[in-house]
Design a protein around this ligand. Structure first.
Ligand SMILES: [Fe+2]
Length: 386
């Protein structure tokens, strides 16, 4: 039994599976769209995916303009450029196509077309008053789960921090998750985005806000991603592995929307904000150390994570089973050959006190962490990762 009230938010409609993109036209038509703005990045344009998006829309007589200036880990300026274009015409649909950056910028542009002021006014939780222009989000990576979350993450360059517009209106009307769109991802992107998804799943499973409902999604995401991440990186044409990664990433996104991530993301943010380390890489480097610290906060759940990741450790005492979880995660990331230390990323020891303070200030995520973490604890975790 769980004493918590189960609360559940998700996109109005999720279409997921091989070939689900074919349904885009009819869903856009059901939203009464006539003219859409497609928000994406130059990489997606180069991959030829935009033509695949346009075809089902054309069949329904829906025309689109394209904003292709989304950058990775987008800042507020990137959002403002997209908002300006979105306000220039009378769009009745905004499509976000790409990784989390494109989907988040699309969602922010959608709500900024129907709410006064600037995007800075809405950085925070539940500050958006009006629903935005209808959105359809279509991931081309398997990682962020942004198609299913009410959070749009933006970099505040001046504060050197990631901030978020958190609102139910950031959730899309339709999320289309078609694994076929992820085949164009190179191994490095498959790896860093997949690591992000596994981090989401593990953090949500152990979040203070987890419920028996979010556990369903987080657990399944850990299993799917845990068994297929290595293969998806090693052989990008392996459909079963790509399928597991897409569905796992979606499930992890649903878990984020309702349980929330914890200290790994809080500790990873300063690496991105201050040293431009890619989001997935920062998470992957830090998660084993944060998990090691967190084990004592929820021993049974960490023991279960080890089991979901394929560890056969029933014969061991529960605490030892639990400590197998960070070890198993570390083994996966070692196989993926991602950077294993802050030193490798050229982050010096002297940077740790400021990073620790910045991480501790992300109270929205720290509150979810299963074990209380002081600034000194955070410093020690960064030192272990040096
Ligand atoms: Fe993430």
């Amino acid at each position: 039994m769980d004493n918590k009230i189960i609360s559940f938010r998700s996109p109005h409609l999720i279409l997921a599976g091989v070939g689900s993109l074919e349904r885009l036209g009819e869903e856009a038509k059901a939203l009464e769209a006539k003219k859409g703005l497609l928000v994406t990045d130059k990489g997606v344009i180069a991959s030829g995916i935009v033509e695949k998006i346009q075809a089902p829309l054309k069949r329904e007589g829906i025309v689109i303009d394209i904003f292709d200036k989304v950058i990775s880990d987008p800042d507020i300026g990137c959002a403002e450029a997209c908002i300006e274009m979105a306000k220039r015409d009378r769009y009745d649909l905004i499509l976000g196509v790409g990784g989390g950056s494109s989907m988040d910028i699309a969602s922010v542009a959608s709500v900024m077309c129907t709410n006064p002021g600037t995007v800075q006014d809405y950085l925070g939780v539940n500050l958006v008053k009006n629903p935005g222009i209808p959105t359809i989000l279509i991931p081309t990576t398997a990682g962020t789960g942004a198609e299913a979350t009410p959070n749009a993450i933006l970099t505040d360059i001046e504060a050197k921090l990631k901030k978020a517009v958190v609102s139910p209106y950031i959730l899309p009307r339709v999320a289309i998750v078609d694994p076929l769109l992820t085949f164009s991802m190179p191994p490095t992107v498959t790896s860093s985005s997949g690591i992000d998804a596994l981090t989401h799943a593990i953090e949500c499973y152990t979040s203070n806000n987890a419920t028996i409902l979010t556990d369903l999604f987080a657990r399944e995401a850990i299993i799917l991603i845990g068994r297929s991440l290595r293969t998806a990186v090693a052989n990008g044409n392996n459909l079963p592995a790509r399928y597991d990664m897409s569905i796992g990433s979606l499930y992890a996104g649903i878990a984020i929307a309702n349980a929330g991530v914890t200290a790994v993301h809080a500790l990873a943010y300063p690496l991105g904000g201050q040293f431009n380390v890619a989001h997935g890489i920062a998470n992957g480097l830090l998660i084993p150390y944060v998990m090691e610290f967190n084990v004592l906060g929820d021993i049974p759940k960490f023991a279960q994570i080890a089991e979901f990741l394929g560890e056969k450790a029933e014969q061991l005492p529960l605490l030892e089973q639990a400590y197998r979880a960070p070890k198993t995660v570390k083994a996966i990331y070692r196989d993926l050959k991602i950077p294993q230390s802050l030193t490798e990323l050229k982050i010096p020891r002297e940077a740790i006190p400021e990073m620790a303070k910045a991480a501790a200030s992300v109270t929205r995520l720290m509150a979810n962490n299963p074990r209380e973490m002081t600034v000194e604890d955070i410093e020690r975790i960064y030192e272990k990762a040096l």
